[in-house]
Design a binder for this molecule. Sequence first.
Ligand SMILES: [Zn+2]
Length: 497
Amino acid sequence: MSRRRKPRTPATSSTPPNDGTPLGALSDADLLREIARRRLAKGTFDIDAIEELAQAAQRDLGEETLAAAMAALPPEDDKPKACPKCRQLAPVKAKNRLRHILTTAGELRLTRNYHHCSHCGLGFSPRDAELNLPEEGEVSTAMERRILDFGVNDTFESVAERWSIHFSTSISSNLVRRVVDRVGLRCEAAHSEEALQMACREKPAEPPSMLTVATDGSMLLTREANWKEVKVGVVARGGFIPPGEERPRRRVEDARYVAVLGGQPEFKKAMAAALSVERADEVGTVVWLGDGAHENWTLATELCPLAVQVLDVPHAVHWAMLCGKALLGEGHCLLPQWEARTHELLDADSPEAAIQELMDCLEFATTPEQLAALDDVVGYYRSNEKRMRYRLFRSRGLPVGSGIVESAHRHVLQVRMKRAGQRWGMVRARRMVRLRAVYRTAGAVRFHRAIRDGLKAPALRHKSQLLPNAPRRVKYNDSAPSRVSPLNRAAAAAASK
Ligand SMILES: [Zn+2]
């Protein structure tokens, strides 16, 4: 198929095109027919061969289209051009400088003028800007989107290998790494956390009736510092479980994810953005689930003072089991009963009954380790008493399990970052953690675009954003679920007119 493309006219037209080669007089359609006839005569024309022929034709056509499009561009003049940075005129420094760009249609070879600005030292090619080419890198935007989709879901080596199954080109694992790094940098440079959240998923037009928030930590193996904690948060609409139903049916797509390999202030900022875009201040019921970590509840109280704080049941049971193992011994045959009894005792309006039975075990604790284990679980239950009113929470249909955050760990981190033998450099790990959260929030189709949009200031679509927030410092009180006063909203609406 490599010959100069002729107009697609039937071969019967007055003068058939001819490039001098043996089949040069044939039209495209006739050429394909001739190739098919010859292959068939050789007896090797099965579906594989047919597909191969079709793909080769597509590839040739793609490259010819690219070359034709480049040839159709008007020639560049040699006049100085305005520098994109300082707007001073910069002369041409080199002509016909070659740039290769990998596109979805094949490799683009582009020769263009290179200008150098003596005022600010910037080098630039005006043609790159005309064509809207990425400033750096060797792939087009469409190609970047494709590689990124693979790169956030699989190891770089595996992507390079799998690529050749899907496409006729081949790419290196280093190219995948560079693309993911570049987009990761862009993601870190987002205008603000809010801008990124809004680019991922639109702010709801009406505040949802209920929000479930959950936070937890997950350990990641890094090269520099061995194990490092990734803070994971999820903000999901809904979460109400009709009493009597054990397993809520939840779609993970309904959630916003936050993941930070870094300190609490950074995590707080990211969580605050997710909550604000989800209009948490206007939501009737917010449930905040977490383990017993103190900083977790400080964060909940600061960001969502009206939220119902719930210590998730699996964590509560986990601490009782640590104590049971210390008292009875690891693997003891009574441990399943110990667990069942813990569940029974915790199904109450306070952990008091559980604490009482644990205290009754005091006389059996003989070693300092056993005493410490008892002390730990009792202290843990005492400091989380208000967050353990499980019977009340269940009767209200509030979630008390850890399913939502466990699924966040799995979907955001585990599948990409915690595979057997994986060790991450800190810089790349930080970026990937962030990319994964954005990927899960935005969804595969919107992901690449969301990161670009996140660089811009968010568009103010709802007037409520311009209004002062509802009073936030309210005493935590579960017996009366929070509701923003309708009067406040009416007054605010009136003020905005
Ligand atoms: Zn300049």
